[in-house]
Design a protein around this ligand. Structure first.
Ligand code: NAI
Ligand code: MG
Length: 331
């Protein structure tokens, strides 16, 4: 039995976590959960946003499945997601977007993986506000090392699983921050002669993605662009309820959906657990538990074929737990 840290999170987090736990138990996945939370909930009960017990658990287990955490808009605490990604140098945010049979979308064969740089850029936390002058300065810190790390992760993935990498950037305006990733790609590409690569300016990239997404295989980009593009890509394949993700570093990985805590539907049994379940499947693959991953994925895909078994976002009427039960009966 391997121990995995489980962070339920806020909003819909506990509901989708329960669903995934039930499916993993039914599939007899050989892992033990070590539950630790973070966010507003732990702040209210323990006076801490990221309790030391969570940090200890992550350091011990080096692997986690995480629900979404609410981050206040404007004034308030710094994002816990950003803090965890930076603290443990989880520099690759890997977000696949693939069309699934049964899930209605405008496109038939989207199959891409987005690599979002996860620790730098405008999320570096270098923001200064001069209240007297009413001026805010935000520094997008991008490093040569950081660009090489994320670009190498994207090329290595393409070398194994795909053929083409697209670098999305704004190097025409951001003369240095934008250029570094392009230079990293030119450098790293020499190590991967079988991978072809191209670059696209981010505004054109958005237009291309919503009109002809089938042309993309692996996309690599800086933090903010990656954040925005991954929600866009979710929209291409059925919405935020179905797309998974992973925060991966050299010696730790935290798996979580692309979506947030969805306060508009929290506590109502309306949340689709597919995104977190798929993140859990990515985790099993990462841990080498391919048979368990395949078994759960097959049951999920079978369930998604019948709209009546699905949650509201996919046109069905099932609740979060009913949907999970359908997956369990398809195992
Ligand atoms: P959101 O992703 O929570 O929700 C956007 C829309 O998608 C909502 O209409 C929501 O109902 C729907 N949705 C999201 N997940 C769904 C699911 N599993 N099933 C069905 N529908 C789903 O984005 P929003 O509303 O902008 O952010 C809410 C909070 O989440 C904010 O505090 C934000 O900071 C936080 N957040 C946290 C993330 C994380 O912990 N990784 C990532 C993104 C946002
Ligand atoms: Mg986001």
């Amino acid at each position: 039995m391997t121990t995995v840290t489980l962070i339920p999170g806020d909003g819909i987090g506990p509901e989708i976590t329960e669903a995934v736990k039930a499916i993993f138990t039914a599939a007899q996945v050989p892992i033990t959960w070590e539950e630790e939370n973070a966010g507003q909930t732990t702040f209210d009960s323990m006076g801490e946003l990221i309790p030391q017990s969570l940090i200890d658990s992550l350091e011990r287990n080096r692997i986690a499945l995480k629900g979404p955490i609410t981050t206040p808009v404007g004034k308030g605490f710094k994002s816990i997601n950003v803090q965890l990604r930076q603290k443990f140098d989880l520099y690759s945010n890997v977000r696949p977007a693939k069309t699934t049979a049964g899930v209605k979308t405008r496109f038939d064969n989207v199959n891409l993986v987005l690599f979002r740089e996860n620790t730098e850029g405008l999320y570096a936390g270098l923001e200064m506000y001069d209240e007297r002058l009413g001026i805010s300065d935000s520094i997008a810190r991008v490093t040569v090392t950081g660009c090489h790390k994320i670009v190498r992760a994207a090329f290595a993935y393409a070398d194994k699983n795909k053929k083409k990498v697209t670098v999305a950037h704004k190097a025409n305006i951001l003369k240095s921050a934008g250029r570094l990733m392009l230079e990293a790609a030119a450098d790293v590409s020499k190590e991967f002669p079988n991978v072809v690569w191209e670059d696209k300016i981010i505004d054109n990239m958005c237009m291309q993605l919503v009109s002809k997404p089938e042309q993309f295989e692996v996309i690599v980009t800086t933090n903010l662009f990656g954040d925005i593009l991954s929600d866009l890509c979710a929209g291409l394949v059925g919405g935020l309820g179905v797309v998974s993700g992973a925060n991966i570093g050299d010696d730790m990985a935290i798996f979580e959906a692309v979506h947030g805590s969805a306060p508009d539907i929290a506590g109502q049994g309306l949340a689709n657990p597919t995104a977190l379940l798929r993140s859990g499947i990515m985790m099993l693959q990462h841990m080498g538990m391919q048979a368990e991953a395949d078994r759960i994925e097959d049951a999920l895909e079978k369930t998604l074929l019948d709209k009546n078994c699905c949650t509201r976002d996919l046109g069905g009427t099932a609740s979060t737990s009913e949907f999970a039960q359908h997956i369990i009966s398809n195992l």
